[in-house]
Design a protein around this ligand. Structure first.
Ligand SMILES: [Zn+2]
Length: 312
């Protein structure tokens, strides 16, 4: 089975803690990735708002450097993947395919040149916004009245299409979502989002959004953040499975994957404490009567498909 996780914040965790991936004691470590049989992982470069005033690219590049140093440290386990075919090859070789994404267009500091430079440095995914307004668009925390993409945001979408990068609409507000969907020639991802119908949270996608994203061939990684999954104080594995089932019911079986948000969330669902127990999702889906083909799609084949289609 190919297991593909669309979003973790482990680079930030490593930068803050000064720990190596082997020594990391958060949700993700080298050992936990292996025990969880993770095959492909998108590592997010998340720049904290404290760096937005002129230092976002600086901070982002420090994390890009950290990503590459991490790969150099464990060449027998981790291998960089810049395309769908590379993910497939690395998985077949029994190693973990590591993709690099930037979370928050603040890192571009208003320049398409920086987008192209980040692409040359290996970045293949850009989450257009975090929660707030930036030069590209408005994050979900800004609400909908402020509108969608800026002219620069439109240029970024076009340039990402040309460069064959994956556009990530998690965190984006609704007007921005609809404009990206209309403008982008390629299908897009929501790397770490849940379903609004099950939990009314602004970070989650409405059924209309799920349907439209799926119709264009997009994929949504279900987020494990308890407050995105449920109104209750505590979430469990069944809540994650419920969101997966809902995505399938609304958008079809090709639109859902995993986007744990490990090391970016304060709490985890019971039974999904860290990435070493990801196989519990496949087991849970099997217990709910899912076919093995459908389980494969949810666990990783859907993300692999869109990576292959967009990245090549
Ligand atoms: Zn996020």
């Amino acid at each position: 089975m190919l297991t593909f996780d669309g979003h973790i914040d482990t680079l930030m965790y490593m930068l803050h803690s000064g720990k190596s991936l082997a020594d990391a004691d958060g949700h993700v470590s080298l050992d936990k990735l292996c025990r969880g049989r993770v095959s492909a992982q998108i590592f997010a470069v998340f720049v904290e708002p404290a760096f937005y005033q002129g230092m976002a690219l600086h901070r982002g590049l420090e994390m890009v450097d950290l990503f590459w140093r991490m790969l150099e440290e464990y060449p027998e386990v981790l291998v960089y993947a810049g395309s769908g075919s590379e993910i497939r090859e690395i998985h077949q070789a029994g190693k973990i395919a590591c993709l690099l994404g930037v979370e928050g267009g603040e890192v571009l500091q208003g320049s398409l040149a920086h987008l192209r430079t980040l692409h040359r440095l290996g970045v293949r995914v850009l989450t257009l916004t975090w929660n707030y307004r930036n030069a590209l668009a408005n994050g979900q925390a800004e609400g909908s009245a402020c509108g969608g993409l800026s002219p620069f945001g439109r240029d970024v979408v076009r340039e990402m299409n040309r460069l064959r990068m994956l556009i990530d609409i998690s965190h984006l507000n609704e007007p921005g979502f609809w404009e990206v969907l209309e403008l982008s020639e390629a299908p897009v991802i929501a790397s770490h989002s849940c379903a609004r119908a099950l939990r009314d949270h602004p970070r989650n996608l409405t059924d209309e959004q799920i349907r439209a994203l799926a119709e264009k061939g997009g994929v949504i990684g279900v987020n494990f953040c308890p407050s995105f999954l449920t109104d209750r104080d505590v979430a469990d594995l069944d809540d994650v499975l419920d969101h997966i089932e809902h995505f399938i019911a609304v958008g079809g079986e090709d639109c859902v994957g995993l986007g744990s948000d490990f090391d970016g969330i304060d709490a985890t669902p019971t039974g999904l404490d860290n990435c070493s127990v990801l196989p519990a999702i496949a087991q849970g889906l099997a217990q709910r009567g899912f076919s093995s083909e459908l389980i494969d799609k949810v666990m990783g084949q859907n993300f692999l498909r869109i990576a292959q289609r967009v990245l090549g």
